[in-house]
Ligand binder design. Structure first.
Ligand code: MSP
Length: 508
């Protein structure tokens, strides 16, 4: 039986069209999910939209729409962007679906009945965009410490969750599971900024607006949007506090939550504590990825520096956008994406290095050998070096992927392309083609290049699936398995090429 791998993204707010920062995560998680599938895992990849809360209620009102109509439209728009970006999710969840709402209410009731949720009064400073309450001492210059926007003083009766009760257990869990919060820098942030100062009980209901899931036994209150949103990871795979469920038992605990660094706090403090209270095992890993910046700053509509992934895909092609996401942002540090960077990467890495390698190799096979190269293994140091490098490529990529260093994995592919281009320069096939007695050597050189391109394309599938498939089609390869990429030669003695095709056009 295949081992399961359950991976999720955060669910995006339906407050408006997501910018390239929000969509980055979907591509990142998609590359990991595709990679795991290629390794033979039974992958379940879940993403979706987070549709409740005051911010969304206000947005709908500003757009003169009913809340449900508004979130239906935005959720569809997000789904379309995911489609354009080639996100291979298995399930797209929505928090306004009735099944999710029903289970969230059951969870709230269970936690209340067992004494983990209690009614009290809340007085504090509320930040609407972040849907977060802050104490006066947490404010920075009187503003929200997360987003630097204005906050309002509010007092309201509210339900509270006993976070403090589970603090010790969470601290021990984090200590005993060094892989839980990734990378280390995020774990340190959580420990220093939240766990060391100590946790306060968490306000988990609101009365100041209506657009949310009602508290089942007190409908003046709606359930705090983060309690509603976080539980999407279990409500949609069959969790029910009153029933055992086979799918849930198979998929839970989640193997990897992929979330932005700004919401690691919710996923590594609140979420594990909710799960502890429900008596459920905790997720194996939370990957807090860095931010995508547009220029020197975080993207935001109010700053007017927003780029949208679907527009960039239309302009430059989906794999150029995917490539820049994966190659420009490291696992720990923020990275920048601008149109200039997209053009530069398209021209240098994709058109000149990868595209040119594939194109000129196929052109030569078609021109000198009528589209067919034959296996011929020579004991030549240049060939031996290329062969052993290519045979180890998959292992090196897998190592990087295990460490979630996706940028470095994509760079290995580029290095492999550069190695092939160097091999071309060293062997000068155009010079070999000039003399009849060097045709055997020319065949060997081109055969080695085609096999290397096959191995590169197989490894490229997780990152740029369309391009990888195009290349494999050009050289008539059906076996796209990772295992096959660990062997330099294929079973067949010959490889046939089709008419060459430009993979990436240079952009002026
Ligand atoms: N709805 C919450 C998540 C709930 S998960 C149970 C949310 N939504 S969001 O739309 O604001 O963000 C979606 C994801 O995009 C989050 O993981 C967030 O951290 C990430 N990003 C938002 N802006 C980003 C960048 N500029 N760069 C990279 N990721 C960023 O938070």
């Amino acid at each position: 039986m295949k081992e399961k791998f359950y991976i999720t993204t955060a669910i995006a707010y339906t407050s408006g069209k997501p910018h390239i920062g929000n969509t980055y995560e979907a591509v990142l998680a998609d590359a990991i999910a595709r990679h795991k599938r290629l390794l033979g895992y039974d992958v379940y990849f879940q993403t979706g939209t987070d549709e409740h809360g005051e911010k969304i209620e206000l947005k709908a009102k500003n757009n003169e729409k009913e809340c449900q109509e508004f979130v239906d439209e935005v959720s569809d728009e997000i789904k379309n962007i995911w489609k354009k970006l080639n996100i291979s999710y298995d399930k797209f969840v929505r928090t306004t679906e009735s099944h999710h709402k029903e289970i969230v209410q059951k969870i709230f009731k269970k936690l209340y009945d067992q004494g983990d949720i209690y009614l009290d009064n809340y007085e504090g400073y509320y930040c609407i965009p972040c849907e977060s309450f802050w104490t006066e001492s947490q404010l920075i210059d009187g503003k929200c410490p997360d987003c630097d926007r204005e906050v309002e003083l509010r007092k309201e009766p509210a339900y509270f969750f006993k976070l403090k009760k589970y603090e010790k257990e969470l601290n021990s869990y984090i200590k005993e599971h060094p892989d839980f919060i990734y990378p280390k820098i995020r774990e340190n942030e959580m420990i220093n900024n939240f766990l060391k100062p100590g946790l306060e009980d968490l306000c988990v209901s609101r009365t100041s607006f209506k657009w949310g899931i009602p508290v089942p036994f007190d409908d003046k209150h709606v359930i705090y949007v983060w309690l509603d949103a976080l539980t999407n990871y279990i409500t949609n795979i069959g969790y029910d506090p009153d029933d055992d469920n086979e799918t849930f038992n198979k998929l839970w605990p989640c193997d990897l939550h992929v979330v932005g660094k700004d919401i690691v706090r919710f996923h590594t403090i609140y979420w594990p504590i909710f799960l502890m209270a429900l008596g459920l095992p905790l997720p194996k890993r939370v990957f807090g990825h860095p931010w995508v910046l547009a220029g020197a700053e975080k993207m935001s509509k109010s700053k007017g520096n927003v780029l949208y992934a679907d527009e960039l895909c239309d302009k430059y092609g989906v794999d150029v956008v995917r490539y820049c996401y994966l190659h420009e942002i490291s696992f720990a540090n923020d990275g920048t994406i601008t149109e200039d960077i997209l053009i530069e990467r398209n021209n240098s890495d994709l058109a000149n290095t990868l595209g040119n390698l594939v194109n000129r190799t196929i052109v030569m096979v078609n021109k000198y050998f009528d589209g067919k190269v034959m296996r011929n293994i020579e004991d030549n140091p240049l060939d031996n070096d290329l062969r052993s490098y290519m045979e180890s490529l998959n292992e090196k990529i897998c190592q990087k992927m295990d460490e979630l260093k996706i940028q470095e994995a994509t760079e290995l592919i580029l290095t492999a392309c550069r190695k092939c281009n160097k091999y071309i320069d060293e062997n000068e096939p155009w010079a070999l083609a000039k003399s009849e007695e060097k045709m055997d050597r020319l065949n060997t050189v081109l055969y080695n290049l085609i096999q290397s391109i096959r191995i590169i394309a197989i490894n490229l599938q997780a990152f740029l699936p369309d391009t990888a498939n195009k290349i494999l089609k050009l050289i008539n390869i059906d076996d796209k398995t990772y295992i096959s990429s660990k062997q330099f030669d294929t079973d067949s003695d010959e490889i046939r090429t089709n008419k060459e095709e430009i993979l990436f056009k240079r952009i002026q």
